[in-house]
Design a binder for this molecule. Structure first.
Ligand SMILES: [Zn+2]
Length: 148
């Protein structure tokens, strides 16, 4: 999956993880690929799903919030196959970007659920993990920063 952004007014193209590309490079990508055009995912606009299960659209939204990675400290597993973590248990808390708003991989979702690891959402796209020994890790944009 490639995310290519185009601003018709400025004639600018960019490829996530790469940066600006020329119109020729964009045409080559489009011309030699199977292309699905999707609506823009605006990470600033919260979304909610009915029921317990996160929709593929919600999971894609959340995966993009951490550069496509699991939100557990130093984990490099892809987020898109991860589990939606309800910060406030369903049905008290909705299945939404505002109730948890992150996708740990299955292993780390179980670590968070069944051990003393804790996570707090500081703001959209920024998570503070606390280990059972009270070590803190700030996770955002696919990077982990240990706090001392
Ligand atoms: Zn993980």
């Amino acid at each position: 999956m490639l995310y290519v952004h185009h601003e018709p007014d400025s004639r600018c193209w960019s490829l996530d993880g790469h940066g600006a590309i020329t119109a020729g490079e964009a045409a080559e990508l489009v011309g030699h690929s199977h292309v699905s055009v999707k609506p823009v995912i605006d990470l600033a606009v919260p979304i909610q799903c009915p029921g317990y299960v996160a929709s593929p659209r919600l999971k894609e939204h959340l995966a993009l919030m951490n550069a496509g990675l699991c939100t557990f400290p130093h984990c490099d597993q892809p987020a898109i196959g991860g589990d939606f973590d309800h910060q406030e248990a369903y049905p008290r808390g909705p299945t939404s970007t505002t109730n948890g708003g992150h996708l740990p991989c299955r292993r780390h979702h179980r670590v968070k659920t069944f051990t003393d690891w804790r996570v707090a959402t500081i703001t959209t796209g920024v998570w503070l993990w606390t280990s059972p020994t009270s070590e803190h890790y700030l996770v955002t944009a696919g990077t982990t920063t240990p706090l001392r």
